[in-house]
Design a protein around this ligand. Sequence first.
Ligand SMILES: Cc1cc2nc3c(=O)[nH]c(=O)nc-3n(C[C@H](O)[C@H](O)[C@H](O)COP(=O)(O)O)c2cc1C
Length: 214
Amino acid sequence: MDTLTALHQRFSANHFDTSKPVSPELLDQLIDAARQAPSSFNQQHARYFAVQDLSARQTLRTIAYNQAKVEEAPLVIVVLGDLHAHTHFADIAHADQKAGIYDEGLANYFIQAVQNGYADPARAHDEAIRSGALAAMNIMNAATALGLVTGPMIGFDQAKFKETFHIAERYLPVIMLTVGYNAPGNWPKKTRLSIQSLLVRDGRPQKPHAFSTN
Ligand SMILES: Cc1cc2nc3c(=O)[nH]c(=O)nc-3n(C[C@H](O)[C@H](O)[C@H](O)COP(=O)(O)O)c2cc1C
């Protein structure tokens, strides 16, 4: 399936076929797609915590305010964002350097820029969310292309999730994705705002436009 078809076919699923597990090969394909997402300086903040065991999903369901799809979907992936990615960035810069993508001077410049730029926890937080969101979208689009359906969710108690599943402080839950095979009863994809209402087509300095007023 080509990318545009997957983008248009994806919808947010509430119901999953409880009899069809997602194979380990498909899970790997989803995470392989996720890790292709870009991130600031290639910091790669996103991590993936998969829950498949039924009783673990039942526990997760209680943490997700009893949303049934968390138990019914055979696979739940919680995308995490690393709030400390900047402090570990040197390894990535050196890998990119070793791969011949840039030289040592630029690697050292990037390391300094990242360590200084993201020392502000608010910036590190925003970047973790941004990277995690991009990676999550890759998972959902790849899943569609692979014949799966997905449901993005933020309706869960993030602190309780971290505590219950022993997630270290540095990892921020970005979004939960229920993943599996389609089942009857799902709504079709919802309506979307018009392109006209979403797009400033030709932004210019000092020129008022649709987003200049509240
Ligand atoms: C960040 C985010 C959080 C969401 N949280 C939930 C949730 O907790 N429970 C739920 O049933 N749907 C949740 N959704 C699904 C949205 O309701 C759904 O994506 C939206 O209605 C559009 O549906 P569509 O993609 O099928 O058109 C969430 C979606 C996003 C992107």
